[in-house]
Design a protein around this ligand. Structure first.
Ligand SMILES: C[S@@+](CC[C@H](N)C(=O)[O-])C[C@H]1O[C@@H](n2cnc3c(N)ncnc32)[C@H](O)[C@@H]1O
Length: 317
């Protein structure tokens, strides 16, 4: 049994026997989940991708020369996905003949295979090695990359999937694997009109709903379960005070679901929830606080025209 299959099993047991129920969003990403996320990125409501794309495109020269200013480096990307935006930086680095080795890490083997294939077609000069795993597990293996400068990318506001407490733990773990010249480049989605944020996670076409429900579909396929997707609805909330968007799957009826391979029967009361995802939104004060708590300092930051999104380069404090 693979490490990820094992942790999927453990997380289902823990999440569906707890009150309130929850399931981690990282398991949404398989072949179907990856495709649905690509559809999300193409939705007009999902401003995050375009905003970060604009930042990287506008500031690529400065960002890449910061990355490469000390010579050769390892470019390590956490949760790389399809690399749509990373490719802007990869092209710029290649254009300038900067020497680097690209190591995208993702929980989805499918997306890594697609990424490797598209990079070999579009930017064949890139020296790429993919690694499947979760952020936390792979972090401990970063020691191997200590022989030269590391630049760690964490794009797409993936950090927003972590509550502040876990984000600090995570940033501290990265920081402890960083040397003096290493850099951490993170994208943070910013607080903005609450309606804009709600719309990004609650599109009219129902793509986000299908994306979140892929978690149930995956449990059906992997563990021989009988979740009926029509008996759940997708519900999004956004708290403009805390900056936290939450995605839930809500049981429309009183029902029992059987997960045969885990020998489980899970009872849902009518309107009972499964918490699936958190997407935290930030402002400058919160980002400075996170950095401070984690032993990092801001080196530089970049934003888009509407100030919807912000990318930061951090170094060790
Ligand atoms: C929201 S997508 C963003 C992809 C890309 N960074 C971007 O900005 O377009 C999140 C990606 O991170 C991966 N992922 C999510 N949780 C993860 C985890 N805990 N460990 C490793 N990869 C994870 C998913 O498979 C997916 O490819």
């Amino acid at each position: 049994m693979s490490k990820i299959h094992h942790s999927f099993k453990e997380d289902i047991i823990k999440g569906l026997t707890s009150f309130p129920k929850s399931l981690p969003s990282k398991y949404i990403y398989d072949k179907n989940g990856d495709k649905l996320f690509q559809e999300i990125m193409a939705m007009p409501e999902y401003y995050l991708t375009n905003a970060e794309f604009e930042i990287l495109d506008q500031h690529k020269t400065r960002i890449c020369s910061e990355f490469a200013k000390d010579g050769d480096f390892d470019l390590i990307e956490l949760g790389a996905g399809d690399g749509k935006k990373t490719k802007i930086l990869l092209k710029e680095l290649i254009k300038n003949d900067f020497e680097f080795h690209y190591l995208p890490i993702d929980i989805s083997q499918n997306v890594l295979m697609e990424l490797k294939e598209t990079i070999s077609k579009e930017i064949p000069e890139v020296d790429i090695e993919t690694k499947q795993g979760t952020y936390f597990n792979v972090l401990t293996e970063l020691d191997e990359y200590r022989h030269r400068k590391k630049v760690i990318l964490f794009l797409g506001s993936n950090i927003g999937n972590l509550l502040h407490e876990n984000a600090i733990k995570f940033l501290k773990a990265i920081r402890n694997n960083m040397h003096q010249h290493d850099m951490l480049f993170i994208g943070f989605d910013q607080k903005k009109n609450p309606q804009t944020i709600l719309d990004a996670y609650d599109d009219k076409a129902g793509i986000t709903e299908r994306f979140n429900k892929n978690l149930l579909l995956r449990i059906n396929d992997t563990f021989d379960a009988n979740f009926d997707l029509d008996h759940f609805l997708h519900w999004e909330t956004y708290n403009p005070e805390s900056g936290t968007a939450m995605s839930y799957l809500v049981s429309k009826i009183h029902q029992a679901v059987e997960i045969k391979k885990l020998s489980m029967k899970v009872e849902f009361k009518a309107w009972e929830t499964i918490h699936v995802e958190i997407s935290q939104k930030y402002n400058e004060e919160v980002i400075n606080w996170l950095a401070d708590q984690s032993g990092l300092k801001v080196h530089s930051s970049y934003t888009d025209e509407k100030s919807f999104f912000k990318n930061y380069i951090f170094t060790k404090a």
